[in-house]
Design a protein around this ligand. Structure first.
Ligand SMILES: [Zn+2]
Length: 255
């Protein structure tokens, strides 16, 4: 998986850096543009969004096994990000959130934490999870090596899109109701990345417009699809065909 990002220092003629989406993409790594400008790069957009996009693009290519697995990974990654955003909103301590996340390495623990976070943030609503048949489908593909066809992949895709959409809608609603000033997932992502940059010794305060072009780092954020943390969802956006709608747009961005 790769994505193009523009070089902030190539101001005379635009140049692009083709960045590989690997673990360093999220934890931070050094990249350079064709003109030799070097940067410390870190994604300010969460992992789940890239996995979702990979699921969409694999589906478009007809790679249903890969699409299914990637969408399921996105579902797990999203729950972790949601729980992290909720905890950070409560305690405002990145180190404690990090320690907490290490305890959620098993999927049933993560499921429990997600339900608890959702109930707490929604003031009592229980999230709608995957149905029994969707869970059985997942078990067949993940544990028994069953190769999903197009219809099975679309079924899990639509279920996962609706699930993640429900989480993002809750976060958006809290802003509409003025419970939170900014979406809590965006606050967590921004503070997480800012903290990483400060740890690396960068001055992240922008004092003048020139500072924007002279930075030695790239904090990269992008809205890849409807489930981006930067997309403000409305009630009508949540349907049983969100994945189908997304693949019908046919956009390739990261491959
Ligand atoms: Zn450059």
């Amino acid at each position: 998986m790769r994505i193009n990002c523009s070089c902030p220092k190539c101001t005379n003629k635009p140049s692009y850096i083709n960045v590989e989406i690997n673990e360093g993409f999220f934890s931070g790594k050094t990249i350079s543009c064709p003109e030799g400008h070097e940067f410390f790069f870190i994604s300010a957009s969460p992992r789940s969004q890239f996995l979702i996009q990979q699921g969409v693009e694999s589906f478009l290519k007809g790679f249903y096994f890969e699409s299914f697995h990637t969408l399921y990974s996105a579902y797990e990654a999203y729950k972790k990000e949601f729980v992290a955003a909720h905890s950070y909103n409560e305690i405002k301590d990145l180190e404690i959130v990090k320690t907490m996340l290490t305890k959620l390495d098993r999927s049933e623990r993560l499921e429990g934490a997600y339900v608890t976070s959702f109930i707490s943030l929604s003031n009592g609503k229980v999230p709608i999870g995957l149905s029994r048949s969707e869970v059985e489908l997942r078990n067949d593909v993940v544990h028994k090596g069953i190769i999903p066809d197009k219809a099975s992949c679309e079924k899990i895709g639509n279920a996962i899109f609706k699930f993640i959409g429900g989480g993002n809608l809750l976060i958006a609603k809290r802003c509409m109701e003025e419970i939170d000033r900014f979406p809590i997932n965006q606050v967590y992502e921004a503070d997480y990345v800012n903290n990483k940059l400060i740890q690396k010794g960068f001055d992240t305060i922008i004092n003048s417009p020139e500072d924007l072009y002279n930075k030695e780092y790239i904090s990269y954020s992008i809205a890849l699809n409807i489930l981006s943390s930067m997309t403000f969802l409305k009630e009508d956006d949540i349907t049983n065909h969100m994945f189908t709608d997304q693949v019908n747009k046919g956009h390739f961005i990261i491959s």
